[in-house]
Design a protein around this ligand. Sequence first.
Ligand code: HEM
Length: 447
Amino acid sequence: MDLVTLASTLLFAVIIAKVIRPWLFKKSQDRSLGLPPGPPRLPMFGNLLQLGQLPHRDLASFCEKYGPLVYLRLGSVDAITTNDPDIIREILLRQDDVFASRPRTLAAVHLAYGCGDVALAPLGPHWKRMRRICMEHLLTTKRLESFVKHRAHEAQHLVQDVWALAQTGKAVNLREVLGAFSMNNVTRMLLGKQYFGVESAGPQEAMEFMHITHELFWLLGLIYLGDYLPIWRWVDPYGCEKKMREVEKKVDDFHMKIIEEHRKGKRKETGSEEDGDMDFVDVLLSLPGEDGKEHMDDVEIKALIQDMIAAATDTSAVTNEWAMAEVIKHPRVLRKIQDELDSVVGPNRMVTESDLPHLNYLRCVVRETFRMHPAGPFLIPHESLRATKINGYDIPAKTRVFINTHGLGRNKAIWDEVEEFRPERHWLAEGSRVEISHWSRFQDLAV
Ligand code: HEM
């Protein structure tokens, strides 16, 4: 045996010992651990290479093949995925104390002030405090109702704009019109200003805001390989982490500007505040801080505003656009909505928010839109705080949980004709009110 052959044989033996043996060993360990079933995986990468451009579709096909609860190994991270209402109920309701936390991803560190927000923060006293602020001061019924007139104003402008555009005989770009409508509603509530239309902050600031929001939403939704393969971060071939740092800086500058404007009362001088309504930034600036401090820290305020922008803007715009696209594609549905509007609202006035409880068919249309086109294909990932069991399978501590909302809405075990937009499927036999949220039947809620 010459030296080269000896060296290659030794190298091969080392590879077997270092890589393949632990992998084989892991398989038998899996069985003794009793992990849920899942696709075979490669050493080091696990199942990462089986995920393509549309990971929600890949994960849904694993659920079809291996069952409602699937185990995956993503690089160095244990993960489970599901599109099944019973398993989702087990994770989010029955075992909420185990799964209420979030993984510390690089996007959360860079884009949510070091996980100092509410949506991406791990479970703990900081998260509890931030969540309490949201529930007691920002997302209260009273506060949301205080923006009713702003929303009505925006809706009126939307109708007038579309009418005026339609008179020119040219095509109306609904993405632009609905995007501006959603964005104005959200920014009026959060920041006290509208970005599009006659009383807007100006086209340059609007473009800047739109651009930052889309970049933020895109980076937050990405499955970034650096979170699963630490070695990837050394190379970062697509410059993802660099991009995160750039967006982090841009977003922080934007938030600082907004806070300074509010502190100086600039908005009030321009007369954009009506009847003493407070926007979210005003509210946060007025609250006391932790440990007897007079005010909340700027970082805390920025983290909450960041969450609200990311959670509210694209979700609303995308959902409105899908609903309109489906209604236009289905004239039968359009006619039924118009008939309902004629009988509940009549021809002589605009629809108001107080009409919404009585527009049951429209509510079915909203639910069907959520089923087929959830704002994001997954819920924000959860993480188990300790080892537990689901359906008799072992789930290790720190397992990442991907709840596949896209897959839930297309789960053939629950829905028939999954690709068909059919609002009637949500109509209740006794004609009682169709709920859009806060319902315990997860199969009926795509979000
Ligand atoms: C069509 C519109 C919307 C849809 C479809 C939507 C959907 C969602 C979904 C799926 C989640 C993740 C839940 C989870 O992973 O547990 C979420 C979280 C959240 N959303 Fe919305 N959302 C919408 C509008 C809004 C608006 C307008 C706001 C605020 C004004 C908002 C504030 C939040 C917040 C703060 C969270 C994080 C909650 C937490 O982690 O405790 N969302 N939303």
